[in-house]
Design a protein around this ligand. Structure first.
Ligand code: CO
Length: 137
């Protein structure tokens, strides 16, 4: 089988105060924020810090019913999900499904930066919320 995952796209960290988290990464690690975006469909505001060809994605909720708001309430700040880069999001989703995996998104949908994304439920992936990220640029 040809590997479906091509790179780590991002590591996503849920935070209560996005500006405070950005300032911390900037001051402590000299990190550079290369992208900021509010993703209304997910109820999140994100900041991407570039690390080589991958990103650290700092995430904070924009509304109380956002899944990230619920996550923060239940588990507090911390690692939220890992984004794996794929060439074919649909094929990767189909493979998860064929293996009996639980999907959050049945089909790829628009993510940030013009990507197409789909989430895989942590229950069938060893406790890790996985985001499959297809960059069409
Ligand atoms: Co993500």
């Amino acid at each position: 089988m040809k590997p479906l995952l091509t790179e780590i796209d991002h590591v996503a960290i849920a935070v209560n105060d996005l500006d405070a988290a950005i300032a911390w990464y900037e001051e402590v690690f000299g990190a550079i924020v290369v992208h900021r975006e509010v993703v209304e469909s997910d109820g999140v505001s994100e900041a991407l810090i570039k690390v080589a060809d991958s990103y650290i994605q700092l995430l904070t909720p924009t509304r109380p019913d956002s899944p990230v708001a619920k996550y923060l309430e239940k588990k507090g700040e911390g690692l939220h999900h890992v984004g794996y880069r794929v060439n074919d999001c649909e094929a990767a989703l189909a493979s998860v499904k064929a293996y009996g995996g639980r999907l959050i998104d049945e089909a790829p949908r628009p993510g940030s930066r013009g990507t197409m994304v789909a989430f895989v439920h942590p229950k069938t992936s060893f406790g890790t919320l996985i985001e499959l990220v297809q960059d069409s640029h």
